[in-house]
Design a protein around this ligand. Structure first.
Ligand SMILES: Nc1ncnc2c1ncn2[C@@H]1O[C@H](COP(=O)(O)OP(=O)(O)O)[C@@H](O)[C@H]1O
Ligand SMILES: Nc1ccn([C@@H]2O[C@H](COP(=O)(O)O)[C@@H](O)[C@H]2O)c(=O)n1
Length: 212
């Protein structure tokens, strides 16, 4: 029998809006199924600049990402080919030397701040989701997370937020909301939205004969 195309779900929204939480909530609904999560963060460009210069890069600008590589690897997964995904290390602001081997799956969730900014990437997605969380809530979440998990100081987080994160959110990320099929307020704790998405994904899986 001919192999059916996997379902690709794009999950976007501002930093700390709850994209990862939404993606994981969907993932958990399909435990036992053939599913993978692909984070756009892994595709931040490699840089040869010194650490002090890398700290100052605008990581909320589309130019910070190696989008052709993400596009190629997503296309490979859709075509049924495995990939060696890059690994990004926030603590050094650079790509690490490792890669992660990923086999193709029936459901692919692509998650990241700028995945809807690129038309070619959008064309690969069956369902596009925008997680919409107020700026003040996102900043509070980001401060907590970046201090705990990304090795940042409060002053660094605030400086970066005012200099690049906030202006770039309004310039590049928020305008991509118009491409979303579904807007999810508040992220991963919105059980109604997660249930609706899960139902839709199950329906597409059944249509394509991808049910176990
Ligand atoms: N609904 C929520 N209520 C409270 N905290 C949340 C909620 N959703 C996410 N968080 C927390 O906020 C931080 C960012 O969430 P995450 O899902 O990683 O966002 P993103 O992937 O958009 O950056 C994490 O520390 C997470 O635990
Ligand atoms: N070296 C880096 C690279 C990226 N960032 C920030 O990460 C944010 C995207 O990740 P989310 O999980 O929050 O969606 C983005 O806003 C970048 O500013 C960074 O701080 N350092």
């Amino acid at each position: 029998m001919m192999r059916q195309k996997p379902i690709v779900i794009g999950v976007t929204g501002g930093s700390a809006s709850g994209k990862t939480s939404v993606s994981r909530a969907i993932f958990d609904q399909f435990s036992g199924h053939s599913l993978l999560l692909l984070a756009q963060d892994a595709y931040y460009k490699k840089s040869d600049l010194p650490f002090e210069e890398r700290r100052k890069i605008n990581y909320d600008n589309p130019l910070a990402f190696d989008t052709p590589l993400l596009h190629d690897q997503l296309e490979s997964l859709i075509a049924g080919r495995a990939i060696d995904r890059p690994v990004y290390d926030y603590t050094i602001h650079n790509r690490s030397a490792e890669v992660v081997h990923m086999a193709p799956k029936d459901v692919i969730i692509v998650e990241g701040i700028l995945i809807l900014a690129d038309e070619e990437l959008r064309k690969l997605m069956d369902i596009k989701v925008y997680v919409d969380t107020d700026d003040d809530i996102r900043v509070i979440r980001r401060i907590r997370r970046d201090m705990r998990e990304r090795g940042r100081s409060l002053d660094d987080i605030i400086g970066q937020y005012l200099q690049t994160v906030k202006p770039s959110y309004h310039q590049f990320i928020e305008p991509t909301k118009r491409y979303a099929d579904i807007i999810v307020p508040e992220g991963g704790h919105n059980t109604v939205a997660i249930d609706l998405l899960t139902t839709k994904i199950r329906a597409i899986l059944a249509e394509r004969g991808l049910v176990d």
